[in-house]
Design a protein. Structure first.
Length: 361
């Protein structure tokens, strides 16, 4: 049987696949750290975007006092509204999370760059993968740049307590795009045959999977708005919306000023209703998808992916409920960060199922 050299040239070695998977895990961790940074009000603690110099944190008491003073001035509204009694030791905690978030991003860059140069030198990266890695680099730069735009939206603004919710959503959407694109690239690299010649999937069911993915992305956007607006604090009850003493007063406001959302409990309630409604829709769609997929003759990997999808939507729904019912006075860091991480695990599992369904023979 003749050897398909064209196909071999498109195959990806095990070492490259492991490197890609490490990249997926590190991007996921970056998203998790970003969520903790937001939930601990740490995002405005570093007031400059120093790509090189920012690698070194304050090293002595004088440097720490200088960084604290910069925070008091540049994030004046947040400091006076939330952290007016903050000590230097407490400032070091929020500084740590923002610093760790930026340091992890720098580390991710090095983990990507040096193996990339090595694999390029060894000619282990096929042309199709090289093009996708180029797009990945571009997306990573865009995510980092928009991250600073987001942080800057909360600095030197006497009206803003946190960063702009809309710029936070923009940053999250770009991070989601980067994560999804890298996951799909890793899945393509794991193909035992030509990754560019996959089957078209199983008709309507395959298209339904992509529709579910679109709904999931919309839900992540609503989740970003929930986080950026602290919308969970308006009505921390489940399952009914009729509980709580202040709910009727919220609805009577009818103040749909989405630009000045910090002062509008009504806007936050609308966002929370959209997030909850989409959660029910997404859960129903995945249940329907699971039942329909079970009726097909599935490979072992696809069968496992289908069950993982069902388990993860249940876990994610539970985490959402736990986050909401613990939003009294402050969004819970543990549940909030796990809920965000759960959304991206669900995202990854759905991509896995779609990839296996697409290449199903």
């Amino acid at each position: 049987m003749p050897i398909d050299t064209n196909n071999i040239n498109r195959m990806v070695s095990k070492s490259v696949r492991i490197w890609l998977f490490i990249g997926v895990v590190m991007v996921f961790m970056q998203i998790m750290i970003g969520g903790i940074t937001r939930l601990t009000d740490s995002g405005l603690s570093i007031t400059e975007w120093a790509v090189i110099q920012g690698t070194i944190p304050p090293l002595n008491h004088k440097d720490w006092l200088e960084a604290f003073d910069k925070y008091k001035i540049a994030a004046k509204k947040q400091y006076e509204s939330i952290h007016a009694d903050m000590t230097l030791s407490e400032f070091k905690v929020i500084y740590f999370w923002e610093y760790f978030h930026r340091l992890w991003a720098r580390t991710l860059g090095f983990v990507f760059l040096f193996p990339f140069l090595y694999f390029m030198g060894k000619k282990k990266i096929p042309r199709w993968l090289l093009r996708r890695l180029g797009i990945t680099i571009g997306l990573a730069i865009l995510v980092a740049t928009f991250g600073w735009i987001m942080v800057a939206s909360g600095l030197n603004d006497d009206q803003r307590t946190w960063v702009s919710a809309y710029k936070l959503v923009g940053h999250l959407c770009l991070a989601s795009l980067l994560f999804g694109y890298l996951v799909w690239t890793w899945l393509m690299a794991g193909r035992k045959t030509n990754p560019l010649k996959e089957n078209t999937g199983t008709g309507k069911l395959y298209r339904l999977g992509w529709l579910i993915l679109v709904v999931l992305i919309v839900q992540i956007i609503f989740g970003g708005l929930m986080a950026g607006m602290r919308a969970g604090l308006v009505h921390p009850y489940f399952p009914m919306f009729v509980e709580g003493e202040n709910l009727s007063a919220v609805f009577k406001q009818k103040n749909l000023d989405f630009l000045n959302y910090e002062a509008s409990a009504y806007v936050k309630m609308v966002v929370q209703i959209m997030h909850r409604t989409t959660a029910y829709l997404l859960t129903g769609m995945i249940l329907f998808f699971f039942v329909r997929l079970r009726k097909l003759k599935l490979s072992r990997e696809l069968k496992r992916g289908n069950y993982l999808l069902l388990v993860m939507i249940a876990v994610q729904f539970l985490l959402g409920v736990l986050t909401i019912i613990n939003c009294f006075g402050k969004v819970p860091v543990l549940y909030g960060s796990l809920h965000q991480g759960g959304a991206f695990i669900l995202f990854g599992i759905l991509l896995f199922v779609l990839n296996k369904l697409k290449s199903r023979t």
